[in-house]
Write a protein that binds this ligand. Structure first.
Ligand code: MOS
Length: 706
């Protein structure tokens, strides 16, 4: 294969690989003696396994083994007390419908699939509830878990305001559904040496989890995950199905591949949790916000808690002296949720940004003007200045591009035949994270640079961004730089999540390049060469085939002095059909305010992808459960609706592109999450502007519009 190279600054290092099928995903690795696993899953929602008969399956052609709680191999962590009660194959309890309860391993996938159908299971059933909305209404008396309540100023100040609104917003379960199915290849060899090919957002995290469950040294485990076909948060943990596959490999002493089905993607690898949120806003008649109350219930599982930042944004996004928030989780008998793009904030922003629009309407103000009036000078929650925030400029740019001046404040004013037109705006915000990462750089006398880090690329273009940082600093063309990732043996880096990779790993790339540059300068000086000499000449003169350096980088104390966030403003124009209630998004303008743009092409792609995800959240996505059985109904791509090309209009992306002076040497902040956060509210606000109908339950389907 050709090297993964960058021929043009506006290119992607892996673009050709992905579109020509050369990129190798975990399921495509072939190992000698590879066997195939298929999961048997529970058909009840809650209770206990009373019998599991594997005899017929074991006798079926090609079957190597059937592993369950009856014969599982040793996993020392699961033998101890504590931790999640769902320790795969170490419990006979059923916590949700579709829970993996056995893995059938055979010499072909088809044989394993057939044999899995022969496993006979009986259960003792218990009563269950999978209806989150019902659980929320039943919840009052129970003691709930969540996050500490937040209060600034007067509690519920909105209630005594000159103008007030109070509204309740509902979000259903959404399921990530990246194109690539989840799974793993596990190869457990003698002496407890384990190699896995995984779909993961963090090779070091996968390595650590396997080491911890099986109590083997971390050095024994090699995790490979060079290409990942989308994650959106669902690959931020090592799931029981992966541990089951490692156990199977350990049990049979052969490599085992497991790829779950699209249907199984709905039950065993998490989801965006459903939420019910109440927002109360108070304002003076002049449009000054005087009170924000945000109370949220989020879905969690009955066996393990999941919490996220649903109410974060209310605490700092608007200038307001009286703010109180509450967030609690409510268990249902479903698989545990996980982060899904813009986790928490996307849920919270739908409610808050809809409510802000409702308040502007109550005040008879332009919602953009209302936002600008209440734009905070500093972060009132942390009582710190923002490191960098250009929201007013972003509003201005976006408003001009979408044609905001065409908008009428009175809903239902823009009509063209059977279509009603409307405009909406919303803000997205996410903590501008920066973690700790190490990068190794190898500068070679053949004129090339190799950079290595155990980071991931789930799609945003990690290799491209890192290559561009190095190319700019060292003046080496992109096609002479190779960035290696997705390999646990490389210098450690955190999982790719929370929009932090460019900031975190990029900073270490920066430090490596600065160091290499000074080494070259020293070598040049020592050998009486001109300070501007090319590194190839310097290395050759010194008889050095290459020089290497490894740097670890982390955030400095500026993080204590400044509040660091990435922002986005989403402008949406919709048309709503007056007879059918169909909503079509007519135009999208997303403006990113996330510091310097390092990689223009991949940055734009992030914003485009987020907008498409936002249209899905607003108009299409909902995982529907039949609560009589606790099973998902629309667990496939025909019935779980996501936007297709015909649903997506022109998407314009703009960046403020000013460096954040404090976050990192590049001045760049993350944008994976902000691309989606707030977007659904912009659509809902536009639908209101078009029709006068306020829809507070996503997705906005025609039945709700009419
Ligand atoms: Mo993201 S939800 O942190 O993958």
């Amino acid at each position: 294969m050709e090297k993964r190279v960058l021929k043009d600054a506006n290119d992607r290092v892996d673009g050709i690989y992905k579109v020509t099928g050369k990129a190798k995903y975990f399921a495509e690795y072939e190992l000698p003696g590879l066997t195939y696993g298929v999961l048997v899953t529970s058909t009840i929602t809650k209770g206990k396994i009373t019998s599991l008969d594997t005899k017929a399956a074991e006798k079926a052609p090609g079957v190597v083994s059937v592993i369950s709680h009856l014969n599982k191999p040793s996993a020392p962590a699961y033998e101890q007390e504590g931790g999640s009660p769902f320790k795969i194959f170490y419990t006979d309890k059923i916590f949700f419908n579709g829970q993996p309860i056995a893995i059938v391993v055979a010499n072909t996938f088809e044989r394993a699939t057939y044999a899995a159908s022969l496993v006979k299971v009986t259960y003792a059933k218990e009563d269950f509830n999978t209806d989150f909305e019902k659980a929320v209404t039943d919840v009052k008396a129970k003691k709930l878990q969540g996050q500490p309540e937040y209060k600034r100023g007067v509690e519920n100040a909105y209630k005594t305001a000159e103008v007030k609104i109070e509204a309740k917003y509902h979000l259903p379960i959404e399921t990530h559904n990246p194109m690539e199915l989840h799974g793993i290849i596990a190869d457990w060899r003698p002496n407890n040496q384990v190699t896995v090919y995984a779909k993961t957002q963090g090779v070091k995290a996968t390595q650590g989890t396997i080491a911890n469950v099986f109590k083997i040294p971390i050095e024994n485990i090699q995790v490979n995950s060079e290409f990942v076909g989308g994650g959106f948060g669902m690959a931020l943990r090592t799931w029981p199905l992966e541990i089951a596959t490692v156990m199977a490999s350990k049990h049979i002493a052969k490599p085992v591949k497991l790829v779950i089905t699209r249907m199984q993607m709905f039950t065993m690898v998490g989801n965006r949790p459903a939420a019910v949120q109440t927002i109360g806003l108070g304002a003076n008649k002049d449009g000054t916000l005087t009170g924000i109350t945000h109370r949220a219930f989020g879905e969690t599982s009955a066996y393990e808690n999941f919490t996220e930042g649903v109410v974060n944004m209310a605490k700092f996004m608007y200038q307001c002296d009286n703010v109180n928030t509450q967030y609690t989780v409510v268990p249902v008998d479903l698989g545990v949720p996980i982060w899904m793009r813009g986790p928490g904030e996307a849920t919270g922003a739908f409610a808050l940004e809809s409510a802000i629009d409702e308040m502007a309407h109550a005040l008879d103000m332009d919602p953009l003007e209302f936002r600008i009036k209440n734009d905070p000078e500093k972060d009132q929650q942390r009582n710190k200045p923002f490191s960098d925030k250009n929201i007013k400029e972003a509003y201005r740019v976006g408003a001009q591009k979408i044609g905001w001046n065409e908008r009428k404040n009175k809903p239902g004013s823009l009509i063209d035949g059977q279509w009603k037109y409307g405009f909406g705006v919303s803000i997205g915000v996410f903590n501008a994270n920066r973690g700790r990462a190490s990068v190794k750089g190898i500068l070679k006398a053949d004129g090339t640079l190799v950079l290595q880090s155990a980071t991931s690329d789930i799609g945003p273009g990690t290799g491209t961004g890192m290559t561009l940082i190095a190319s700019k600093l060292l003046g080496i063309p992109g096609d002479k730089i190779k960035f290696e990732l997705g390999d646990s043996s490389l210098p450690p880096a955190p999982s790719q999540g929370g929009s932090a990779t460019l900031s975190t790993v990029g900073s270490a790339v920066n430090d490596v390049c600065v160091s290499l540059k000074s080494t070259i300068a020293e070598l040049a000086a020592n050998s009486n060469m001109d300070a501007t000499s090319n590194f190839v000449d310097v290395l050759k003169k010194n008889n050095l085939p290459q020089i290497e350096v490894t740097k670890q980088s982390q955030a400095g104390k500026e993080r204590e002095d400044y509040s660091m966030y990435s922002f986005s403003i989403h402008f949406v124009k919709v048309k709503v059909h007056s007879l059918t209630g169909v909503v079509k998004v007519d135009k999208i303008v997303s403006v990113g305010d996330s510091g310097s743009i390092v990689s223009p092409k991949t940055a734009r792609s992030q914003m485009v992808g987020g907008a498409v995800g936002g249209v899905g959240m607003a108009l299409h996505e909902e995982s529907i459960i039949d609560h009589r059985y606790g099973r998902y109904i629309n667990n496939n791509f025909a019935d779980y609706h996501v936007p297709v090309n015909a649903d997506i209009p022109e998407i314009e992306v703009h960046f403020i592109n000013k460096p954040d002076p404090y976050i990192n040497p590049m001045g760049a902040k993350g944008m994976g999450e902000i691309a989606l956060i707030g977007f659904s509210a912009a659509v809902a606000n536009a639908v209101f502007n078009a029709t006068g109908k306020r829809i507070r339950t996503l997705p906005i389907t025609p039945d709700k519009v009419l």
